[in-house]
Design a protein around this ligand. Structure first.
Ligand code: 13P
Ligand code: ZN
Length: 270
């Protein structure tokens, strides 16, 4: 059996969380990532009958029964993952309608999965219904998106349109726009349910005064989504207080729709 630290999914996870830290999106223990895996892929590296511990999840998600996830640990620092993956990451399999998680590898200091596990798992359920290829849920605290939630209207259409106007290719990368939640208490089933509801119509969900959630078919795509939205928010925060002389018009965005063969969210463009 090969060493799990050499598994492509493990290498990609470690590279991604390191990159997120390097981008300044994950101070201290900020942020969390979950990657859904096929049990047969895990079985190349682990004896999947050997359960190290069984953890309560605190929610029910029958759709995810038997699914495996590589996930970041609660209280763990992304900057440390590359040096001690087995302490900072865990690989779990959900059982009993998602109410239990069997630890197959990791969390070796007795730790457990992120406190945002409910938001991750409920978002996986929501995204899989829209896109059966979805595999990743990613949460982080990028400074400019966060800053924007203090000074910009939180209306989803207005927030989305501003981001689209900040870089030409934003509308191409996230034509469905971004959804926005008001401030809510994090780490709860309630914010998990609210996030999952918003995930039904967009792969990006802003948590006001907190951060952002992204979803995608792989780690690269999800990272790229958040990276693009954060770049747009950065430009907004650079120019918000200045007089605007130019803007990307709705007519130009319609040209982008044609050029890239995509459709902006219904009713968001004039
Ligand atoms: P965890 O350390 O539990 O993953 O929490 C970090 C975070 O960003 C909470 O929203
Ligand atoms: Zn957070």
């Amino acid at each position: 059996m090969s060493c799990i630290l050499e598994a492509p999914f493990m290498i990609e996870m470690i590279r991604t969380v390191t990159n997120m830290y390097d981008h300044g999106w994950d101070e201290r223990n900020g942020g969390n990532v979950s990657l859904m895996l096929e049990e047969k892929d895990v079985a190349e590296y682990l004896d999947t009958h050997r359960v190290l511990r069984t953890l309560d999840t605190g929610f029910t998600a029958p759709e995810l029964d038997g699914r495996c996830f590589l996930v970041t640990g609660t209280g763990k620092y992304f900057k440390n993952v590359q040096y001690a993956p087995e302490v900072n990451l865990g690989l779990v399999r959900l059982t009993e309608q998602g109410q239990k998680a069997e630890l197959l590898w990791g969390f070796s200091d007795g730790g457990r999965f992120t406190s945002e596990f409910p938001a991750h798992m409920m978002s996986h359920v929501a995204r899989l219904k829209v896109d059966p290829d979805n595999r990743v849920i990613m949460h982080c605290h990028p400074a400019n998106l966060l800053a924007m939630t203090y000074v910009h209207d939180l209306d989803e259409k207005a927030f989305t349109r501003t981001l689209w106007q900040m870089c030409t290719e934003c509308i191409v990368v996230f034509p469905e726009g971004v959804n926005v939640l008001p401030w809510m208490l994090c780490g709860t089933n309630e914010i998990g349910e609210a996030t999952a509801e918003k995930m039904k119509t967009a792969r990006l969900v802003v948590w006001s005064q907190h951060g952002i959630y992204g979803a995608g078919k792989d780690l690269d795509e999800t990272f790229g989504l958040i990276e693009t939205a954060e770049k747009a928010a950065e430009i907004y925060m650079k120019i918000a207080h200045l007089p605007w002389k130019n803007v990307i018009t709705d007519e130009q965005m319609h040209q982008l729709e044609k050029r890239f063969g995509m459709k902006a969210r219904e009713g968001y463009l004039d």
